[in-house]
Design a binder for this molecule. Structure first.
Ligand code: NAP
Length: 300
């Protein structure tokens, strides 16, 4: 157990709320920076965090909120004004407050291994991390592949109504999937680890489209086959076409999801070597468990 003080931005969000819980479970004192009070902030307080309202455009308040923190963690989500600008304001406040460590809101594929220009949202993270490199603060980026919950949510890897696993190019390309609670638990451990390196790579599961089809077949008891949509070049043309129609001011337009898929099926941002064993006692939720829970929710 620890009594470290961690400042957390984005705690009202999905991942941020889980990180807050994981930090409190580890005995940390958590200060959640929020934009306003509502049921979510009352929930954070009920689960042991202190909540402070801040305006990310007002430096003095942000600096005061970061005083005494051993690490500032960001789980913010958004486009340039959030990922680049609000996070810059946050890290500058952390530096001014004398905080030694910062964890940016990366929580993604290993985009440092792929060239810029092929994923808009990851390029924003790249831009922020370039700024971060100029700041007098130690940083740790957590890279976790896709959230495993995407498989039963927004991302069309598994097409349940038609029982297909979507394939772009290579059905055997392994991809990384980590459950959100596992990402949160690992992030909490990293926030409390003064010796955490610049990058930490975790993957709760590695699976290809063929693996996903086999798993979905086992879990549902109904056959899932591969749906070969084409090669990566075709996907690139589709992304260009959809992007020309619009969506630049939206966080997840359809072409953005397709950029993530393209990246994962290319194998470029595959995570290795993994730091899964860095902190004892963490568990990695198997995809089977998530698919079984999805089946139960669907009443099947
Ligand atoms: N690897 C993956 O598959 C995957 C999938 C999804 C997300 N992610 C990443 O995980 C991280 C967290 O995402 P999430 O889905 O948990 O996000 P989320 O639920 O949308 O929460 C976003 C958080 O950012 C805050 N925020 C948004 N705009 C802000 C602004 N202008 N100023 C200050 N705060 C602002 C929100 O505050 P309010 O409540 O006040 O709006 C909220 O606390 C992000 O880095 C995201 O890219 C990764």
């Amino acid at each position: 157990m620890t009594h470290a003080h961690i400042v957390l931005a984005g705690a009202t969000g999905d991942l941020g709320g889980r990180i807050s819980r994981a930090l409190v479970d580890r005995g940390a004192r958590v200060t959640a920076l929020v934009r306003g009070r509502d049921d979510r902030t009352r929930g954070l307080e009920a689960r042991g965090a202190k909540v402070i309202e801040v305006d990310f455009a007002r430096r003095a308040g942000l600096v005061a909120a970061c005083e005494g923190a051993s690490c500032v963690v960001s789980a913010l989500s958004g486009l340039r004004e959030v990922v680049v600008e609000a996070q810059t304001a946050l890290v500058d406040a952390a530096v001014e407050a004398g905080c030694p460590r910062f964890i940016p809101s990366d929580f993604s594929l290993d985009y440092f291994k792929q060239p810029p220009g092929i994923n808009r949202n990851l390029d924003l993270r790249r831009e922020f991390n370039e700024r971060l490199a100029d700041r007098a603060i130690a940083a740790t980026s957590i890279l976790n592949g896709a959230f495993a919950e995407m498989l039963t949510g927004q991302a069309p890897f598994l097409l349940f109504p038609i029982r297909r696993a979507l394939v772009w190019e290579n059905p055997d390309q392994k991809m990384d999937f980590t459950a959100m609670d596992d990402v949160a638990a690992f992030t909490a451990a990293a926030a409390l680890d003064d010796r955490a390196p610049r990058y930490l790579r975790i993957a709760g599961n590695e699976a290809s489209a063929r693996d996903l089809a086999a798993l979905a077949t086992e879990v549902t008891g109904k056959p899932f086959h591969l749906l070969r949509a084409g090669g990566l070049r075709r996907l690139e043309r589709l992304i260009l076409l959809l992007r020309a129609v619009g969506g630049e001011d939206t966080l997840y337009p359809p072409w953005q999801g397709m950029q993530y898929m393209h990246n994962m099926f290319s194998g470029l941002p595959k995570l290795a070597p993994l730091d899964n064993d860095r902190y004892p006692g963490l568990r990695w939720t198997p995809l089977r468990q998530l698919l079984e829970a999805h089946e139960a929710r669907e009443g099947r």
